[in-house]
Design a protein around this ligand. Structure first.
Ligand code: ATP
Ligand code: MG
Ligand code: MG
Ligand code: MG
Length: 439
């Protein structure tokens, strides 16, 4: 993309409404525009990152054997009357009435609808196990939308639902989700720690929230510092292997890590003092096994091998796709701007032309731009007629991992400058070597 033809409305001043760094940087980098409290337009740069995050989530879910689909944003109230949640959900639910006076709602989550789909089409245990998911906009009328996309009212969520014959099978689905989530967050350059969460009225040990440590997080968390040494890395996993998935769960939940809702000071005090940590975290996902709660209420049963009808065991599993942009920026920035992890960066590399209009500089930039594209990369070429200082400031703000700076002086020695955004280190290289380094 040529910056002169792109739409990147960067702001010079800090927007007053932003209280935390990720919100400030997303507004300044021209990624989002607020349209109403907690409701945002995704401008091209923000949209690109959102799509990259979505893509990672899709790839990792499908790797785990989970099946993509799409349910609507509007749902009939009657489904929620069947489960009893139409009244219980409270003020976070946005209720709508159509011209025929039928009650609808903008979905805050999809347990009821997916259960309705399941009961309409699945009758036999032979069709299990089944895990369906979608990535769709949700609406929750949060009492205090804030921090930009971190706590929006309209937000993008991946929500997946498993259907299994037995509790044991459903717990394997739970473990698959845990593994696939660990992989997803790591690909986004994040460490998200599974922490034991509160099962609410249903209770049980089978819910974990994934938290990214950050000072601006809304949850208070307590953990054993050893948990932060664990990484999933590039190990191979067979998602059908029950024992292998269970081992990952055990490994990643073997150290104390809880939010304030489940914190137990007595247990915490048994950890050696130098390993005890209290911090704040951002919830970027949650997995939940809830058994037959919805299948019983809504009649989602299957026929077993001995021809009895049993309600299926279910779980639901969510990732805060749009919130992740905020979380990634909270964990990856400096005083100049965002520092995108390679896995989610909107463009792979920026090219800065120091002397727009100078024939040799223009053609060197053009050649680098074309070669990077040829290699399947997505470069952003700053071909605007602007001062070098302004071009550097924009590049630093939008945080691409690499910058190639091209000017007439360097070119006389066949050199350009390659700068790493994260370390700030620069090197003089030939254009071919610079391309080779980033490709
Ligand atoms: P929170 O505790 O932050 O209100 P939640 O526990 O109500 O979140 P879940 O129902 O677990 O949310 O939804 C799955 C994921 O969706 C959450 O882990 C979070 O990452 C994301 N999410 C929830 N509410 C919002 C919101 N208002 N804005 C952006 N993302 C959200
Ligand atoms: Mg909530
Ligand atoms: Mg929560
Ligand atoms: Mg949650």
């Amino acid at each position: 993309m040529r910056l002169s033809r792109y739409f990147l409305p960067v702001l010079k001043e800090d927007p007053k409404e932003a209280q935390i760094v990720s919100h400030r940087l997303m507004l300044r980098a021209g990624m989002i525009k607020q349209q109403a409290a907690g409701i945002y337009s995704w401008l091209p740069l923000g949209f690109k990152v959102l799509k990259r995050i979505e893509q990672i989530v899709h790839e990792e879910q499908q790797r785990a054997g989970h099946i993509p689909m799409l349910m609507p944003t509007l749902q009939p109230a009657d489904l929620w009357r069947e489960s009893g949640r139409y009244d219980d959900y409270g003020e976070e639910m946005l209720r709508v009435t159509d011209r025929h006076k039928r009650d609808l709602l903008y979905g805050p989550t999809n347990e009821e609808m997916i259960t309705d789909i399941f009961r309409a089409h699945v009758n036999s245990y032979k069709d299990l196990p089944l895990t369906l998911y979608h990535i769709q906009w949700k609406f929750r009328d949060e009492i205090r939308p804030r921090f930009g996309v971190m706590r929006g009212r309209e937000f993008l969520m991946k929500d997946g639902y498993n259907f299994d014959l037995t509790k044991e099978d459903a717990l394997h689905a739970y473990n698959r989700h845990l593994v696939s989530y660990l992989r997803s967050y790591e690909r986004m350059g994040l460490q998200a720690i599974p922490m034991r969460a509160d099962g609410g009225p249903i209770g049980g040990d089978y819910t974990h929230e994934f938290l990214v440590l950050a000072e601006t997080g809304e949850s208070e968390v307590f953990y054993d510092s050893q948990i932060t040494d664990l990484t999933f890395g590039d190990r191979q996993i067979d998602y059908d292997d029950v024992a292998e998935c269970q081992a990952v769960l055990e490994e990643f939940t073997s150290r104390y890590a809880r939010t304030d809702e489940t914190h137990d000071q007595e247990v915490f005090d048994q950890i050696p003092e130098e390993r005890r940590r209290t911090a704040r975290g951002i919830e970027v996902g949650q997995i939940f096994y809830f058994g037959t709660k919805y299948s019983e209420a809504m009649g989602a049963t299957v026929r077993t091998s001995d021809s009895t009808q049993v309600p299926v065991h279910m779980g639901s599993h969510g990732i805060g796709v749009s919130r992740l942009l905020g979380a990634i920026i909270e964990a990856n920035h400096d005083d100049k701007g965002i520092i995108w992890p390679e896995g989610v960066t909107p463009f792979h590399v920026g090219i800065v032309n120091l002397k727009q209009g100078d024939n040799s500089t223009d053609s060197a930039c053009q050649a680098i731009y074309a070669e990077l594209q040829h290699r399947g990369l997505d470069p952003l070429y700053d071909d605007r007629d602007e001062r070098a200082g302004a071009k550097f400031a924009s590049m630093d703000l939008i945080g691409l991992p690499w910058r190639i700076t091209v000017g007439p002086r360097g070119l006389t020695n066949n050199k350009v400058e390659l700068t790493c955004r994260r370390t700030g280190q620069s090197e003089e290289l030939s254009p071919a070597d610079a391309i080779h380094r980033v490709a």
